[in-house]
Design a protein around this ligand. Structure first.
Ligand code: FA5
Length: 328
């Protein structure tokens, strides 16, 4: 019985089988228990030796059961560890990280510069009315200057704004001077798209209104902006030109040395001027003067970062976009 019991314990492959063996040999009605109970039937001189050997076998069996149980439990733990194995030294998965579009970065950079100069940043609607986009900016019906800003119209007579200037009117109608604001945003024109013209692009507009604001303040503001963007030695230039909503009006340019090419030249940014009296009349302002300027962001970004075609900004080509992920 000893050999059979020990062999069965050694062969048991799980804890249930071991428990069944324990019951069979050591349980209340088990084989060994039965033998112990049978001791009384033996002659007294044999009883002692038989009792000792049964007890020895009981201990041996208990010991074997215990060791087998520990071995089986150890195997179970090893199997679980194996199935949950995690190699923390394996390289991790790289998740793709998005970045801000170059034009978003340029916009943020500009609004930071203007905020540092005390301007508030405000935004306006892209779907505009003729009144705000043209009429109140001193473009009467049939005025030839409207032809320079053809756009897209909705069936109810509204239009996609052709510049950020309508926000001048909206802001003045709802605020009292003095103030300094900049307006970044999308604008639209019905253009034949080419390397330097898109049907949708971005402008940033500045408007400063108060008592005694002069052309010298305008030039000073443009200088300050240009120096913050391009460095303290930067020069600027104003050349007379016509916009209905300013008088006098000018186009402005900065003298700029391109760090990529090493070449210097005038970079024409946009338009500017003193707010036209008719615009102040349209919003009910009296006794104040002001200046405004506005320019295209794509133009600035193309020259600054060497982007040869405006269509790259909106093509969605990751090879282009990825080149501008770092700090500007
Ligand atoms: C204006 O839009 C005026 N609102 C600017 C202004 C503001 C003048 C305040 C005076 C006072 P203009 O039409 O020139 O002006 O456009 C300004 C700039 O927008 C241009 O210098 C150019 O950089 C950019 N731009 C114009 N058309 C396009 C286009 N189709 N694609 C990309 N950029 C354009």
């Amino acid at each position: 019985m000893r050999e059979q019991a020990l062999a069965e314990v050694a062969d048991a492959t799980d804890l249930n089988a071991l428990q069944a063996l324990r019951v069979r040999y050591l349980g209340k009605k088990g084989e060994l228990t039965r033998q112990l109970k049978g001791l009384g039937a033996l002659p007294p001189d044999e009883r002692r030796a038989a009792g000792a050997s049964i007890n020895a076998l009981k201990e041996e069996l208990e010991d074997a059961l215990k060791r087998r149980r520990e071995a089986l439990e150890g195997e179970a733990v090893a199997r679980q560890l194996e199935s949950e194995r995690l190699d923390v030294t394996l390289p991790g998965y790289g998740y793709p990280v998005g970045g801000l579009h170059l034009l978003t970065r340029v916009t943020n950079r500009l609004t930071d510069v203007f905020r540092s100069m005390g301007y508030d940043v405000v935004v306006g609607p892209e779907l505009e009315t003729d009144a705000y986009n043209f009429q109140k900016l001193n473009f009467p019906d049939e005025h030839p200057a409207r032809d320079t800003q053809d756009t897209f119209w909705t069936e109810d007579g509204r239009l996609l704004r052709t510049h950020t200037s309508p926000m001048q009117v909206r802001y003045m109608l709802s605020h009292a001077p003095p103030f300094k604001i900049v307006v970044p945003g999308k604008v639209f024109r019905n253009e034949a798209v080419d390397a330097t013209h898109e049907a949708m692009f971005h402008q940033i507009e500045a408007l400063v209104v108060g008592e005694h604001i002069t052309m010298a303040d305008l030039h000073g503001a443009i200088n300050q902006m240009a120096r913050a963007l391009f460095g303290p030695e930067t020069k600027t230039r104003l050349l007379p030109t016509y916009f209905p909503f300013v008088e006098p009006g000018a186009e402005f340019a900065v003298w700029w040395k391109n760090p990529r090419t090493g070449r210097a030249g005038w970079l024409e940014l946009g338009g500017c001027g003193m707010v036209h009296p008719n615009v102040f009349k349209a919003v009910g302002y009296e006794g104040v003067t002001g200046f405004a300027f506005g320019f295209g962001l794509e133009r600035l970004a193309m020259v600054s970062y060497g982007v040869p075609d405006i269509r790259y900004f909106y093509g969605g080509d990751l090879r282009v976009l990825r080149q501008f992920r770092g700090e500007l």
